[in-house]
Structures are given as structure tokens and as C-alpha cells.
Write a protein that binds this ligand. Structure first.
Ligand SMILES: NC(=O)c1ccc[n+]([C@@H]2O[C@H](COP(=O)([O-])OP(=O)(O)OC[C@H]3O[C@@H](n4cnc5c(N)ncnc54)[C@H](O)[C@@H]3O)[C@@H](O)[C@H]2O)c1
Length: 398
């Protein structure tokens, strides 16, 4: 990522406006650092809190000019679309229930959009965004940031090149412990938005990490989940939102899979793990040790690939930033997604040409497929685990 194709195509970095990610948000800082890492964006405007005074102050503290530190998202979108030097791109990192309204308003005003997951809380909203993106020709990037890891891209490239043979089995786990304490949050303090299904969506665990795990399987294998048989709910007594979800999966090519996500495993940090097995071998990747991709060929010794290490394929080399053996991780992967989206946006805005390898960032289609998967596992679990369609059907508008 050492050249800057955005500046080559546009003569300047993209102008970015942010919605959300203010004080107290972990992911807001990740978005801003990802945007800055390769010099492809300049953050020019923001509304970073639902509280107008806090928003303006926090935005100025982030280095945004006072006149572009707004108190309300719709006010910012109107003002920025009226400026000759207005933002090109809007990044949305607010609670889940606001993604649709802000993304729709941004697209309607001609902004390209970067949005955090889950894309929306309902399938109708997701399909509405798909239609708006496709009719406008604008770019929509969904920040499934795990797709930016060099070794995830190596796994995908190995599947694509046929090195694993025909894919037969997929297993994914995303296990966290941050909601293991049933006393936290204390309802007498008022529940945070995540614990309110009207704001957090139909399933807390699926919205927080389930859509990431589902997207990771699809990204590496290029296969869709056709059906799921699921059991999801809560293990913490008294909780009204889901803290675990498990499903057996049938993929479109007949491959079988297992999916397990929870936030209630005491002491576990961010244990995202995936194994993909084909007729000629298996790959395994663990996010807590992200610089290793283990390849177990059917014949021959185990191989371990590393970023910028020997034998990696061009898609992984392109996403590798530093000398092999120096660790790179979450932040760099997030920046890879931002930088690829920037290349696509700049190409669209300048009639330029993006590197085809940049065009793998998750889009509105991936977002809608993720929302459909959430609905499918919720529906299956409510029917005591009956096999349930998880594919977006043409009659649903795609
Ligand atoms: N990609 C990832 O790995 C990842 C990780 C964490 C969260 N997320 C997603 O990011 C989003 C936010 O999650 P979070 O954990 O940061 O939540 P949070 O509650 O910690 O922070 C939300 C931030 O948005 C601000 N905000 C709320 N409403 C706003 C509005 N109307 N206008 C402007 N700012 C507003 C809040 O003041 C706060 O600063 C969610 O959609 C979540 O799913 C993604």
C-alpha cells in the first residue's frame, strides 16, 4: 500500500465526513485511523455524538474545523452537499438502528458511503439500500474489517486458485467473553442501545459478531450459505437479548458447515477462528494470531504462510504492509478495507481505473446477505432448529 492511487486519480485525498464514533466508542477511533493510514482520505466534517454540544466539541478535538463540526447528521449532509469543497464520502459508525436512515440520506445526496455492520436491522431496509446504491451507481463499503487481513486474503486466493480443491467443509467460531457477566449492564442505569432490540436489532450476538463470522466464511470460500438450522438465545439468566448462536449450515455447492458465536464465554477475548476444508487440503486462521495461515495439504507437510512471507499470493502480498515477522493486525486490516474502497471511489469519481484486487471489499450486497442470514437463524431457532432458507431470493428484489 505504498503508492497513493487516490491522489494520482483525483489530485487530492478523498474528503470524508463521519457520523458517530465519538467519545466512548471503540470503533470510531479504528475508522478514523484506518482512513488516515494510507493518506487516501482527509476527515473534513463530522457529527460524532447524538448530543449536539458534545458532538461539536469532540469533532473539534479530533481536528475538524469548527464550522464543519456539526450537531446533527442530516444538517451535515445538507451543508456538505451544498459546498464546492464538500465531503465526497460519508462514513457511518452509529448504533445499528440509524444506519439505514443515514446511509439512504447520504446516497440520495450523492455521497459514496462507508458503513459499519450490520448494514441494517431489517431486510426491507437492507434491500432498500441495495436499490439506492445500484440506481445511483455510488460505492457502498461495509466494514467487515476481518476481510482486510493479509492471511484472510491469502486463504481466499488459495481457494480461488484451486489449491484446496472443491470446498466440502467450513467451520467458524467467534467467541468473546465481554457479556459473560449477567449483572452488566445494570438495568437501573438504563440499558445501552445494544440491549434494546428496537435499536440493536433482532439479535444482539448476530448483529455484533455473527454477521462478521458469516461474512468471513463467504469471503474466503466465495460460497453462499443456502440453509441454516439454528439454536440462538441467551445463557445469562434474565437477559432479553441473544448472547449465543449456533447453526449447522448447508452451502450452495453442498458443502456443510458449522457456525458458533457467543459473547458469554467468561475470560475469552476475541477468539475468531475459521477452518475451510477442500478435497485437496484445509486452511486454518485465528484472529488472535493473525499473521499465520496454516495450510494442511492432503499430501505433504503442513505449511505456514505469513504476511510478506515466502510463497504468498499477490492478493495477500498487496495487503501486507511491513517486513515479514513484524506483527500487523486489526488496525492495518481495517485500513486495507478503507483503502480499497477509496481506490474504487476515486476511480468512479475520476473515470480512473482501480486495481482489480481492490474490488473485494464488502458491499451493499454482502450487507443484505448478512441481514438475511440473521433473519434466517432467528427464524430457524424460533422453529426449534428447522432447516431455513438463508439465500436472498429474486422475489426479494436482488
Ligand atoms: N467493525 C467492527 O468490528 C465493529 C466493532 C464495534 C462496533 N461496530 C459497529 O459500530 C457501530 C457503533 O458501535 P459502537 O460500539 O461504537 O457503539 P457506541 O455506543 O460505543 O458508540 C456509538 C457512538 O456513536 C455516537 N452516536 C450515537 N448516535 C449518534 C447520532 N445520531 N449521530 C452522531 N453520533 C451518534 C455516540 O455518541 C457514540 O460516540 C455499530 O453499528 C456496531 O455494530 C463495528
Amino acid at each position: 500500500m505504498d503508492s497513493n492511487p487516490v491522489v494520482e486519480m483525483m489530485g487530492r485525498p478523498l474528503r470524508l465526513a463521519v457520523i458517530g464514533g465519538g467519545p466512548g466508542s471503540f470503533i470510531g477511533g479504528m475508522h478514523r485511523a484506518a482512513a488516515a493510514m494510507d493518506g487516501r482520505y482527509e476527515i473534513v466534517a463530522g457529527v460524532v455524538s447524538s448530543d449536539p454540544d458534545r458532538s461539536r466539541k469532540a469533532a473539534v478535538d479530533m481536528g475538524i474545523e469548527a464550522e464543519r463540526a456539526y450537531s446533527d447528521a442530516m444538517e451535515m449532509l445538507d451543508a456538505e452537499s451544498a459546498r464546492s469543497d464538500g465531503a465526497d464520502v460519508v462514513a457511518i459508525m452509529t448504533p445499528n438502528d440509524s444506519h439505514h436512515a443515514y446511509a439512504a440520506a447520504a446516497l440520495d445526496r450523492g455521497f459514496d458511503v462507508i458503513c459499519d455492520k450490520p448494514m441494517t436491522n431489517t431486510l426491507d431496509e437492507a434491500l432498500d439500500l441495495v436499490r439506492r446504491v445500484q440506481s445511483s451507481g455510488l460505492i457502498f463499503c461495509l466494514t467487515h474489517n476481518y476481510t482486510g487481513y493479509p492471511m484472510v486474503r491469502q486463504a481466499r486466493a488459495m481457494v480461488k486458485s484451486g489449491e484446496l480443491g472443491e470446498i466440502r467443509l467450513v467451520q467458524v467460531d467467534y467467541v468473546q467473553g465481554n457479556k459473560a457477566d449477567e449483572q452488566d449492564p445494570d438495568p437501573s442505569d438504563g440499558l445501552p442501545w445494544r440491549f434494546d432490540p428496537a435499536r440493536g436489532g433482532p439479535s444482539l450476538v448476530m448483529g455484533d459478531i455473527g454477521t462478521h463470522a458469516h461474512n468471513l466464511m463467504r469471503f474466503i470460500t466465495d460460497l453462499e450459505v443456502a440453509e441454516a438450522a439454528a439454536d440462538i438465545g441467551h445463557v445469562a439468566p434474565g437477559r432479553i437479548v441473544d448472547d449465543f448462536g449456533g447453526a449447522l449450515l448447508r452451502f450452495e455447492n453442498g458443502a456443510r458447515g458449522s457456525f458458533w458465536v457467543t459473547q458469554a464465554a467468561a475470560g475469552v477475548e476475541n477468539s475468531l477462528w475459521i477452518r475451510v476444508s477442500g478435497t485437496r487440503g484445509s486452511v486454518e486462521w485465528r484472529q488472535e494470531f493473525p499473521t499465520q495461515l496454516i495450510f494442511r495439504p492432503l499430501e505433504g507437510p503442513v505449511r505456514i504462510y505469513t504476511p510478506n512471507g515466502p510463497g504468498i499470493l499477490p492478493a495477500a502480498a498487496r495487503a501486507s504492509r511491513i517486513v515479514a515477522g513484524h506483527p500487523e493486525g486489526f488496525q492495518e486490516a481495517f485500513a486495507n478495507v478503507y483503502s480499497d474502497a477509496a481506490e474504487a471511489i476515486a476511480a468512479r469519481r475520476s473515470d480512473g481505473q482501480a486495481n482489480p484486487m481492490a474490488m473485494t471489499f464488502p458491499t451493499e450486497i454482502d450487507g443484505a446477505i448478512g441481514v438475511k442470514f440473521v433473519d434466517a437463524v432467528v427464524e430457524s431457532s424460533a422453529a426449534n432448529g428447522v432447516w431455513t432458507n438463508a439465500e436472498l431470493l429474486t422475489e426479494e428484489g436482488t
